[in-house]
Every structure is written in C-alpha cells, then in structure tokens.
Design a protein around this ligand. Structure first.
Ligand code: ATP
Ligand code: MG
Length: 293
C-alpha cells in the first residue's frame, strides 16, 4: 500500500454531532432557534465527510451558512473532537492543536489579544517559539507590511476597525510560519479593495512558501479566485462534501474573463445542487413523517 505523503490530510467517513444526548435536545425549547435537530434525530451536523488534501494544496471549502464549515476546520485544527471517522495528518490522527497548523478564525475580536498592541499580537507566536529578537523584529515587520498595517503597530485592538483586526490575525498567523494555514472566512468582513489586496497577498505567500491552505468561504467568486480545488458542502444536518472541483486556471485569475465567468457559473449550479441535496433530504423526511402520522 502506498504510504501517505507527508502533510497530506486524509478525512475518512468523518461525522460530527455536538451533543450525544440528542433526546433532551429534541424536546428542549431552548435550542437557540436552531433547526438542526428538527428532522434530525441522530443530531449529526457533518456525516460521512471524505476528502484527501495534498501537501501544498490551496483547498477552498464552499458552502451555505450553518452547513458545518467551521466545525470541520475546528476538527482539522484539533480544537474539536470528531464523533466518528478519521482526520489524519501525515498518517497520524489529529487530536489537538499544533503550531504547525495555524488558524485564522472567523471572528477576529475573540481571536486577537485585546491587551496587546498590533506589534505584540503579531509577535506573540514567535516569542512562544523563543525566536531571537533580531529575527522576530524582521519577521513581524514583514508580516505587518504584508497585510498593510505599517504605521499602526502601537494601536490596541479597540482602536482598530474590524478589517484591521482581521489583518492583525492574518499577520500573526503568517509570522508564526505554520506549515498548514487553516482560514475560516478570513476576508468576510473586509471591503472589496482590502479583500482583493489580501487575496493576492495570500496567493503570493502560498506560492512562495508552498504552505497547505485550507480556506473557508461562502463567496463563490472568492472560491474561484483562490482555490486550486473547491469542495462544495451540502447543507446541514448530515452535511457532507457534495463534490470537489479542480479549478482549471492558473494564477492570477481574471474573474471577468469569459472563461472564468463561465466556470464560475458552472460552480454556482453545483452549489445550488449541493444545497438541494439537503432540501431533498428534508422533503423525504417530511414525507416520511406524514406517512407515519
Ligand atoms: N457548540 C455547538 N453546539 C451545538 N451546535 C453547534 C455548535 N457549534 C455549531 N453548531 C451547529 O452546527 C451547525 C454548523 O455550524 P458551523 O459553525 O460549523 O457552520 P458554518 O458552515 O461555519 O456556518 P457559517 O458560514 O455561518 O459560519 C450549525 O447548525 C450550528 O448551529
Ligand atoms: Mg463558520
């Protein structure tokens, strides 16, 4: 049997449910209006996810809100346990976080340290890794420059806009130089111009460093602009990866070019189909409930 390549991520029959005692949830009114447990007696958010991500790949996850993208990334980051199946990195089970897997969270407010200024936030991981001061200074300066925060080094998070806070988080991750960058809708809160700048910076970093990037978005155009491959989620409950598409273009990509626009249209259809898998499941369940009533 061929040995798994180093840093290859293998996800096999992975399922996740948040609470094992689903019965109590089913009868609880206090579930935050969450529909996930309706028609879903097993309580699975993700069900039977299968995927292999190659070392150095730029892999985009695309899916509707609430389908389980963050859940999957948190499992790959080591923050959450899976319920069933496997999530392997280099053949080893992912069980806990590791500095080789840097995470950029969806919400910068809770991710960056409120009591540290921009420079110190970005420097944090390097201090933990005992990188010497000279090297640290150079790395931090470069990372801050890359995300366009030069001149703001002394500001604290409460003095920054939402987009600036997100850039601090990205710079912190880049500075720590992880082998795998796990990014959960990192550009969702940015204006179009900053978003484009950071997308291009990320492509450049990826090309220069050969990092593996796992990138979640619900923005179709962003997925097509960035991804080497795009995995499209079906909707929760029991969400899985409906299809994985290889994007047939090199970089940089022109979203307005006829080829790319036509391809984006095709991916849009696949995304609609993936969401419809869920609607079909729901209709079938409703039908079954009607029959049994
Ligand atoms: N700690 C938790 N306990 C129970 N249910 C949860 C928990 N965290 C998430 N969920 C549920 O799991 C489902 C998937 O959530 P998740 O955050 O992974 O979705 P997402 O695809 O990242 O959505 P978005 O695009 O809005 O960020 C949602 O229905 C959510 O309510
Ligand atoms: Mg999310």
């Amino acid at each position: 049997m061929a040995k798994d390549r180093k840093d290859k991520i293998v996800i096999r029959n992975l399922s996740k449910k948040y609470i094992s005692d689903t019965k109590s949830l089913l009868f609880s009114k206090n579930v935050d209006g969450d529909k996930i447990f309706e028609n879903n007696p097993d309580g699975y958010v993700l069900k039977d996810v299968n995927l292999t991500i190659k070392e150095g790949e730029f892999h985009v996850f695309l899916g509707a809100s609430g389908c389980g993208k963050t859940t999957l990334l948190n499992i790959l980051a080591g923050f959450l346990d899976k319920t069933e199946g496997e999530a392997l990195l280099d053949g080893k089970d992912i069980k806990k976080p590791s500095p080789e897997r840097g995470v950029v969270f969806q919400n910068a407010d809770t991710a960056i340290f409120q009591w540290l200024n921009v420079w110190k936030n970005v420097e944090y991981g390097l201090r933990v890794q005992h990188v010497n001061k000279k090297e640290r200074t150079e790395i931090v300066r470069n990372a801050i420059d890359l995300v366009g925060l030069t001149g703001h080094e002394k500001k604290y998070p409460n003095e920054l806009s939402g987009g600036m806070k997100q850039r601090v988080q990205i710079a912190r991750s880049i500075a720590s130089n992880p082998k795998i960058m796990i990014m959960d809708e990192p550009f969702g809160a940015l204006d179009a111009q900053t978003r484009k700048t950071l997308q291009d910076a990320l492509i450049r970093i990826w090309k220069e460093t050969g990092k593996t990037i796992l990138f979640v978005t619900h923005d179709l155009q962003e997925a097509v602009y960035l991804g080497e491959r795009i995995s499209i989620f079906s909707s929760a409950p029991n969400a899985g990866i409906a299809t994985t598409e290889k994007v047939p273009f090199g970089y940089p990509r022109e979203l307005d070019s006829p080829d790319v626009a036509e391809y984006t249209r095709k991916v849009h259809i696949k995304l609609d189909e993936a969401i419809n898998i869920h609607n079909k499941k729901e209709n079938e369940t409703e039908h079954a409930v009607t029959l049994s009533a």
